[in-house]
Design a protein around this ligand. Sequence first.
Ligand SMILES: Cc1cc2nc3c(=O)[nH]c(=O)nc-3n(C[C@H](O)[C@H](O)[C@H](O)COP(=O)(O)OP(=O)(O)OC[C@H]3O[C@@H](n4cnc5c(N)ncnc54)[C@H](O)[C@@H]3O)c2cc1C
Length: 404
Amino acid sequence: MSQNLDVDIAIVGGGVAGASLAIALKEGGFSVAIIDRGSLQPKMPDLSESIESFDARVFALNLASWDWFASIGVELDSLERFQSFNQLFVSDAASLGQLEMKASDVGEASMGAIIEHRVLLYAIYQLLQTSNVLCFDGAAIENLRLSDTIGKPSIISLADETDITANLIVGADGAESFVRNRANFSTREWDYGHRAIVCSVACEKPHQQTAWQTFMPDGPLAFLPLPTIGGQHAVSIVWSIEEKKASELLKLSDEAFLSELMSVSENWLGELTGLTKRFSFPLRQRHAKDYFQSGVVLVADAAHTIHPLAGQGMNLGLQDVKILTEELINAKQARESLDDPKVLSRYQRRRKLDNLSMMAAVEGFKRLFEMQALSMGLVRHLGMVGFNAISPLKKKVIKLASGR
Ligand SMILES: Cc1cc2nc3c(=O)[nH]c(=O)nc-3n(C[C@H](O)[C@H](O)[C@H](O)COP(=O)(O)OP(=O)(O)OC[C@H]3O[C@@H](n4cnc5c(N)ncnc54)[C@H](O)[C@@H]3O)c2cc1C
């Protein structure tokens, strides 16, 4: 049966960014609809005490993201499973240089926490279900008619003959955003020619609440601390590596893969004994030249994707969501139309520079560590020694990573 619904804001995409935006906007006094092709129902994650229960997809959420969730009522501290980390350790396999950054250097107890995607989504969806946001899940969008005039609504038509009319449409539908593509946003983008292999691994030694990243000639490898379960220490792996080597690593038996990991990590965590299924993602840098157009605005991965080496993609996306919420609430108070370019350009101005700066820093870091010349190894080694010694610079970088 066909139905027509009228809301202030319709969000396409109910991932972490879209779903938390929906809760925040509803709290801010807007009528909100959220549409996802998958499920928006809270599904209790497997929290059994076995290494296999860990979700291969994890986020290193920084303190700013932690604050954002607290502000919308998602209390991450009360989640059943997460692991805070208070130290970052970066090493360069080629030059033997090392960097150490501690939360205590900037007077914090931690730098953030590693949290599993499905554990986080479960907490968000529980709140979403009680928030009076109109949820359309398992939904297929048939048509998107974007407004060409300020104040005139846009319309999303679903395959089940529901028409959702909204003053503003938000594209929060991830890296391959349907909204971005349908609205013809231009992007700057390129393939890294790398894949990220992700999995969780049981290890002999405790990780000491340290996130560890080593730059190898063919790409960065991260060991992110996970909670100890059933007395078993564990870490999550994000190994970004060029396509050909990635497919070789994916073909290895579990034992051979673990042995390769032990060798490249120089047994930092002792013997690696267990492994979850390995997944891999192609890595692509992408940035929408503009974050809004008539009647539509983009957030998080729909607007930008970044190399995972600094673990900042979700953190940047959550800041988009926070600032967009603030600007839309300001617009409502000032009686401005939500799709007014003046409103949306304030959001764009506040986010674009931050996002581009982080993308440039990550790109610079990645290229620096890819340079194989002996002289570059020396430069990196000296740079790392210098960085460790320059306290103000170090504090600035730690604050940047923690987002506070
Ligand atoms: C290997 C790897 C490691 C990473 N590690 C970190 C990290 O440590 N820290 C960090 O901050 N970030 C990290 N990131 C980045 C992070 O994963 C992303 O930035 C984040 O998941 C983006 O969230 P999102 O909500 O924008 O998109 P998504 O999580 O992709 O959600 C998009 C949603 O939109 C829905 N959708 C898509 N298309 C449609 C459609 N046509 N109609 C309706 N619904 C649709 C999907 O079903 C989904 O629910 C990592 C990324 C990778 C690849």
